[in-house]
Design a protein around this ligand. Structure first.
Ligand code: 26Y
Length: 825
């Protein structure tokens, strides 16, 4: 069939040329959106282009699914409670290689692609690092042509939007589905049923075997919503499958029949609550019934789905582990270990030993934190009430496991108690990290230091039992989104200097090292950085009314607000500098813009005060004519993937200043490095490896090491000693306490100052002097523009290791044993 424009229907759906895209947008405006021209909005153009792009991916997606089915390849199933995907349109155009065509097509329709791109409401289905890592890994899996599915939760409300009111964080519900979601394809026929509560019964089957039946109190239906995830420069297009909870139609029949209509409606609402909202806490774990429900819900749907697809493929269930590698993104999905046992033993009637062998062979577990307060445990009564059958299975896993421990370490009952899946100190609880470790053949940390600490602390006993299960997989980030897409200026220069393969072969960036000594190249490099800073300054002006000078040093700390990440250490330095300038107006400092961004968990008192403190300091400094020609402070509201893409490329200095031993890896540190920022940082997480790669001379190192931190804590840390021996620190703390940065209110920051003075759990004061001294070195280095640029170029040139492609290759080769599958069109 040929349309009036001469394009066939096939071309309109799949053509990659300007004319085909233009026709596709026009068709979608008419047939999918249906507004008359007079009522067509900018958002309509966004939506129509998104649908046109999705059509092009759909074609590749179906071919990928068919190819994977035909080749019977092993599939990676990445189980994560969070996928922080960020805006899709720009990334999909990039990965399909049709940005210019889309730009031209829109231009012919009188629209500007950059403005249309800004219409997208990003899917914020994650808190921070862990959720974004999952998204980067999906990008690399598709790009490296590995068959993969990301399984997660379709939260109706993602991470809240942050507004700043009078310096305080306000949380606004994230209604991301308000205007529809063109990227997902609802699959109402792909549905699984998930049980809750109730009790178990024992019965004898036809063959005379004792079996268990779970008699639930409630059943919830999970339906699939698929988002295709397109690889870069390849046809492979994988699946992000998110589950949404619905009421089961027939379950309420009794209520209906007895005339209890309102009870039935209430039950429906309860069922649908399961996937309503993302819990906005990272690290400190909150023992909420509903959160355990969310975890079980998505994991059960996902495992049932895998079993279903396996039987569709005619593969016996005994071969489950040959066809699926299931990765647990932290302990959040670790109930999967138990659920797979239940499905295999209770429902598929495999014997225990066979089922256990399959389970351990299937699962891998990635740990993302050592902070004790973040390790997930569930109180036994809560667990029992929601998952009575799973608790029985856990007892049996534990009984067999502890027998093994006793056999290996006979007489060591202290070890047995330490390793048990059930914690007995205080209220009894299920220890999810232990469950994940026992149920997985591979356990990994996310940076070299973190993996070492894991083996020496939280999972020490497990390391002694099974050293062969442990490895390191240093995190990585996708250079497509965070370099090519976020930094078009630098992309063009890299293309010119290196050709166009670097986004999939980041080791090629080493060729830039030679260019670092080329003055003309350095000039181009600086011009790009300055343009990026201008772009960010415009954004900040529009959102905060703070005007920043793009020629100043842009010193940036963006990440979740946490005491261990020490945004308040950064603030202490800013106040120090401010006081020095006030005391000594002629002081020669490098003019700096201090830029912050990040959300605080709504219930995290101290984190919310730190945001208020940053904004208070900003207000005072920015209004002070004695200093505001040399320093300013800005807090970018609502840090998310979208504005992150403006922020990383504009940084001169990346703040990575966590207490040594506390940040598992960090991934923002990598995004900054990729974009040519220099790092000021501690020997923590992946900073250690960043410094190794870039060279000590190109990295601003300060602070206590992990061993020193531990030593000081053992000996008894007294922050008051730091204050007594450092009068500048004392003055800075007094100034904050006096109400100077809070319009005379001497109450509001007292808790922050008191916490630092009398407790300081993250050794802010112990690292203060070293940090301030290191910032002086930064300031001096900035004065030498040519050398700074050299160091900036070397940072990008040596960032190849931190591509998520490297990380995913390691996972595929060393944990999952998953091979590439080429997809043809
Ligand atoms: C238990 C629940 C409340 C919870 C929810 C989210 C606990 C933790 C989290 C998120 C943790 C997280 O984002 N961790 C970060 O993972 C990154 C990716 O590996 C690391 O780079 C980063 O250091 C680590 O803090």
């Amino acid at each position: 069939p040929v349309t009036t424009t001469g394009l066939t229907d096939v071309d309109v759906r799949s053509g990659m040329q300007v004319a085909a895209l233009k026709q596709a947008v026009t068709d979608h405006l008419r047939y999918s959106i249906g507004h008359p021209p007079v009522a067509t909005t900018l958002h309509d153009y966004y939506y129509a282009l998104a649908l046109a792009v999705r059509d092009r991916m759909q074609h590749r997606w179906l071919n990928t699914l068919q190819t994977n089915f035909d080749l019977k390849r092993k599939i990676v199933c990445y189980l994560s409670a969070e996928f922080l995907m960020g805006p899709h349109l720009g990334n999909n155009l990039l990965n399909l290689g049709i940005e210019q065509e889309a730009r031209a097509a829109l231009a012919e329709l009188g629209q500007d692609l950059d403005i249309v791109l800004e219409c997208e409401e990003e899917p914020g289905l994650g808190n921070g690092g862990l959720g974004r890592l999952a998204a980067c890994y999906l990008d690399s899996l598709a790009t490296l042509q590995r068959p993969a599915v990301g399984y997660g939760i379709r939260y109706e409300f993602g991470i809240f939007d942050q507004e700043i009111h009078d310096g305080w964080q306000a949380e606004i519900t994230d209604k991301w589905l308000r205007y529809g979601n063109p990227w997902e394809i609802a699959k109402p026929e792909v549905a699984h049923y998930v049980n809750w509560g109730g009790h178990t019964e024992y019965y004898r089957d036809e063959a005379g075997n004792d079996r268990v039946r779970w008699m639930p109190y409630r059943v919830v239906k999970g339906t699939a919503y698929d988002t295709p995830t397109q690889g870069y420069g390849v046809n492979n297009c994988n699946t992000l499958r998110l589950w949404s909870a619905e009421a089961v139609e027939s379950f309420d029949f009794q209520a209906f029949n007895t005339g209890d209509y309102y009870q039935a409606v209430e039950d429906k609402i309860i069922s649908e609550t399961v996937t309503k909202v993302l819990y906005p806490n990272d690290e400190p774990q909150i023992g909420k019934h509903l959160r355990l429900g969310q975890q079980y819900f998505f994991v059960s749907c996902s495992l049932q789905n895998m079993l279903h697809i396996l039987s569709l493929s005619g593969v016996p269930v005994e071969n489950f582990a040959e066809r699926y590698a299931v990765q647990l993104n932290d302990t959040h999905p670790s109930i999967g270990v138990v659920e797979l046992m239940r499905l295999l033993v209770d429902e598929r009637r495999l014997d225990w030993d066979k089922a256990w062998a399959i389970t351990v062979q299937t699962f891998g577990y990635t740990n993302h934190t050592l902070l004790p307060e973040a390790l997930e445990t569930w109180p036994l009564p809560m667990f029992q009430a929601l998952l009575p059958r799973h608790l029985e299975i856990i007892y049996e896993i534990n009984r067999r496991f502890l027998d093994e421990v006793r056999a290996r370490f006979s007489g060591d009952e202290a070890r047995v108690a330490r390793m048990s899946l059930i914690g007995e100190e205080g209220e009894k609880c299920v220890r999810m990290a232990h469950l994940a470790a026992v149920g997985s053949h591979a356990i990994n940390g996310v940076a070299a230091l973190h993996s070492d600490l894991l083996k020496a602390s939280v999972l020490k006993d497990f390391y002694e039992m099974w050293p062969e299960r442990f490895s390191n997989k240093t995190n990585g980030v996708t250079p497509r989104r965070f370099l090519a897409l976020a930094n078009p200026g630098l992309r063009a220069l890299l293309n010119e200097a290196l050709g166009e393969q670097w986004p999939v072969n980041m080791e090629q960036l080493h060729q830039l090292e030679a260019k670092a000594d080329d003055a003309a190249f350095r000039r181009k490099w600086r011009a790009i950085k300055e343009a990026n800073k201008k772009r960010l300054a415009d954004y900040i002006l529009a959102h905060t009314d703070i005007e920043l000078d793009p020629t100043w040093l842009f010193d940036i700390q963006v990440k979740r607000i946490h005491e261990y990440k020490r945004q308040h250490l950064n603030v202490l330095h800013i106040v120090t500098l401010y006081r020095r300038l006030k005391e000594n107006p002629g002081l020669n400092i490098s003019p700096r813009a201090f830029i912050f961004g990040g959300k605080a968990a709504p219930g995290y008192f101290m984190a919310k005060r730190i945001i208020k403190l940053i904004n208070g300091v900003a207000e005072t400094i920015n209004a002070d004519p004695d200093v505001n020609t040399r320093m300013k402070v800005a807090f970018v509201p609502n840090f998310n993937v979208q504005n992150a893409q403006l922020i990383y490329p504009a940084a001169d200095l990346s703040e990575q200043i966590s207490t040594a031993g506390k940040e598992a890896s960090g991934t923002g540190n990598m995004k900054f490095m990729l974009n040519g920022a220099l790092t000021i940082g501690t020997l923590d997480g992946a900073n250690v490896e960043i410094r190794e790669e870039v060279g000590a001379e190109n990295f601003f190192l300060f602070g206590l090491t992990t061993e020193e931190v531990e030593h000081i804590k053992r000996e008894g840390y007294h922050p008051t000693d730091c204050i007594a021996s450092n009068s500048e620190l004392r003055t800075v703390l007094e100034l904050i306490n006096s109400g100077y940065f809070s319009r005379g209110d001497a109450e509001v920051f007292r808790s922050v100052v008191n916490n630092l003075t009398y407790s300081d759990p993250f050794l802010v004061l112990a690292d203060y002097a070293a940090y301030v001294a290191c910032q002086e070195r930064v300031s001096a280095a900035w004065q030498d523009k040519e050398n700074w640029t050299r160091m900036s170029i070397l940072n990008t040139a040596r960032s190849g290791k931190f591509s998520s492609d490297r990380a995913i290759r390691e996972y595929c080769d060393e944990i999952w044993n998953v091979q590439p599958a080429t997809v043809k069109l």
